[in-house]
Design a protein around this ligand. Structure first.
Ligand code: DC
Length: 267
């Protein structure tokens, strides 16, 4: 895997922001997890927050999608657990960290937009419910974080399973009806016409599958900050998340100061 330089740090506009920037910059590891259901704008939000904070960005949904794409391309039934697991174990997945957002490669080939088709979106549900696939992905994601220690990572299980000790754990939520409307609008821009009722039914079914699977179900991670995006636009969501990170990083800074005064150190 290639290692890119971290994105340039945004210039601080206030004393408290300056402190936040210093805290994040001085940290050799700083992990922000963002989990939540589909349609909350997670990917866009996580990517923009990462840029704002000068951190790297990991899209774990893309990894599951690449596995689903590989199964479809090889004619493997996505619900055939053992065969999909064998396929994933033999797959070489890596991100090119020099592109922004990092580009995912499967067996040396960029997956690009091929992982965003409706076929892959359908196939990914059984693939992501496969415990052996999840174990491989969790392992791969921790290995990535070992090399890219200053990261905003987004998915369904990042704060609950993969990085339960992350510095900041965020859960993004939105009402299913709002998520359905956003999806319909998004599809319309691609020339695909659907009804809100149809998309809502798909979203509810996907939520049910994500929440009920045994391994890595979609849950609100313990101690997570919950942000509802139903009635706020994306710029406001980013501002809120930055405020969450600021307050969490501030608490960490205060902990560090208290520990250094008493001669101890942060665990
Ligand atoms: O966020 P997305 O739509 O790109 O995710 C694709 C699928 O992968 C979706 O069905 C949820 C699943 N997923 C998961 O189970 N765990 C993750 N950490 C990320 C995504």
């Amino acid at each position: 895997m290639t290692r890119s330089e971290p994105a340039p740090m945004r210039v601080a506009e206030s004393a408290s922001e300056y402190e936040l920037v210093l805290t994040v910059a001085a940290s050799t590891t700083f992990i922000v997890t963002i989990d939540g259901p589909a349609g909350t704008g997670k990917s866009t939000v996580a990517h923009r927050l990462a840029k704002r904070l000068g951190l790297e960005f990991l899209d774990t949904g893309a990894m599951y999608r690449a596995a689903a794409l590989a199964a479809l391309e090889r004619g493997i039934d996505p619900a055939d657990g053992p065969r999909v697991a064998e396929l994933v174990r033999g797959m070489e997945l890596h991100f090119d960290w020099t592109s922004d957002p990092p580009e995912l490669y499967a067996d040396g080939v960029a997956v690009g937009e091929r992982i965003r088709t409706p076929e892959v979106t359908r196939a990914v549900t059984p693939v992501a419910s496969n415990p052996l696939v999840r174990a491989a992905m969790v392992h791969a994601q921790r290995a990535i974080a070992h090399r890219h220690r200053r990261l905003v990572t987004e998915g369904r299980d990042q704060g609950s399973v993969v990085f339960p000790d992350a510095d900041v754990r965020i859960y993004l939520d939105a009402k299913p009806e709002v998520r359905a409307r956003r999806r319909v609008d998004q599809l319309r821009t691609k020339g695909i016409e659907t009804t809100e009722a149809e998309v809502l039914a798909q979203i509810m079914e996907r939520d049910r599958m994500d929440e009920s699977r045994k391994d890595g179900p979609l849950v609100r991670p313990h101690g997570a900050d919950i942000v509802d995006t139903s009635f706020i636009d994306i710029d406001d969501v980013i501002d809120r998340l930055e405020a969450v990170v600021r307050s969490r990083a501030g608490a960490r800074l205060a902990e560090g100061r208290a520990a250094s005064k008493s001669g101890g150190s942060r665990p």
